[in-house]
Design a protein around this ligand. Structure first.
Ligand code: SF4
Length: 374
């Protein structure tokens, strides 16, 4: 890659001059040409001194990898660009006295390697340590990397054996890493194995590839996935600039394969923690037929203090959206804890007055609804 790639005139998400459309839209080409160094990054942006020093200082702590597609969404001149900040290291990652490697105690909740069980009837099954790129706020920083398939296959067989012998499990979330980094054949094998387990009713896919590498969502992948219904998929858009025509096409292919697509974002300081941006994100998702499902409070994860927003401000943000956009465009704001997810909500229920319950409506007025005494 050379500096010529920066292509300031190109539309974000489109191939820069010198790269053929077929190459750009080939997910394997994108994976082979991922950015892994400051030098490669210079082909896309003018890195700020803080970014350059952070790439060097953090190289041993967490992977620095970006797909060319996602790099094309970055503002080359603005270090505070909300796309850049998600994937380019910053020195602020070195200053986080509260951050922990595993704030949700996922290791303690693991009955067998790669399985996380917090609830009785469902599990997160970490099938892969690899992602198309690495987000600076990733909850699984401690484990995402690039392992060999042969090792993973042995481990996956052990986890599948555990699921087979645990009949309470009816809902399996495939996560990682990112399960869509698998080839179609590997994923087909894995889904087929799960589908042969009678008590597994639904399988969910947790993937950021529609956002970071939408070309992975090929017609071939969708034809394979639709053989394994009922499948649900949650992806992870954080900012309206990620809602490109390429991402919309990927989501459309999934929807046409009968897979309901939801979104789980993270509330990130300076990226989406204002009403205007969150509303644009949520309304843009709904236009793409993606249901905003959860917005997570950022975890006490090492190296992420600069991303965290006070819970009170998060509650106010989602309160401000209520009544000002479609109800189903507003995700549930949640805090994930080692004991499970906790909704963080504005207290609309104001109490009881005799035989009435008092509630606050979206515009701040009170309503007293007749309410039977038990
Ligand atoms: S795509 Fe998800 S699992 Fe992968 S680095 Fe980003 S947040 Fe972590």
């Amino acid at each position: 890659m050379t500096g010529a790639l920066r292509a300031r005139g190109s539309r974000p998400g489109a191939p820069p001059p010198g790269i053929r459309e077929e190459e750009w839209r080939d997910w394997r080409w994108q994976m082979r040409h991922r950015i892994r160094s400051a030098e490669a990054l210079r082909a896309w942006i003018d890195p700020h001194e803080d970014e350059l020093r952070a790439i060097e200082a953090l190289s041993q702590r967490f992977h620095f990898v970006i797909t060319p597609y996602y790099a094309s969404l970055m503002d080359p001149d603005d270090p505070e660009c909300p796309i850049r900040r998600q994937v380019v290291p910053r020195l602020a990652e070195l200053h986080d006295p509260l951050g922990e490697p595993d704030p949700l105690r996922e290791v303690e909740h693991s009955p067998v390697k790669n399985v996380i069980r917090v609830y009785p009837d469902r599990i997160a099954f970490c099938v892969n340590n690899e992602c198309a790129l690495y987000c600076r706020f990733c909850l699984r920083k401690r484990m995402v990397g690039e392992p060999s398939w042969s090792m993973r296959r042995r481990e996956l067989e052990e986890a599948l054996g555990w699921i087979e012998t645990t009949p309470e499990i009816r809902d399996v979330l495939l996560t990682g890493g990112d399960p869509l980094v698998f080839t179609d054949d590997r994923l087909d094998w894995l889904l087929g194995r799960l589908r042969r387990i009678p008590h597994v009713e639904i399988v969910r896919l947790g993937t950021r590839l529609p956002v970071t590498l939408p070309f992975r969502v090929t017609e071939g992948l969708c034809r394979m996935l639709e053989r394994h219904h009922p499948l649900w998929l949650n992806t992870h858009f954080n900012h309206p600039r990620e809602l490109t025509p390429e991402a919309a096409e990927a989501v459309d292919r999934l929807s046409r394969a009968g897979i309901p697509v939801g979104n789980q974002s993270v509330l990130l300081r300076g990226i989406n923690d204002d009403v205007h941006t969150m509303r644009a994100l949520c309304e843009g998702l709904v236009r793409m037929r993606v249901r905003p499902y959860y917005c997570y409070q950022a975890q006490l994860l090492e190296g992420t203090a600069h991303f965290r927003v006070p819970v009170e401000r998060g509650i106010e943000l989602f309160h401000a959206l209520r009544g000002r956009t479609s109800g189903f465009a507003i995700p549930r704001y949640v805090l994930d804890t080692p004991g499970g997810k906790v909704p963080l909500e504005y207290p609309y229920l104001r109490g009881r007055e005799g035989d009435r319950v008092v509630v606050e409506t979206w515009d701040g007025s009170l309503w007293r609804e007749p309410n039977p005494l038990d």
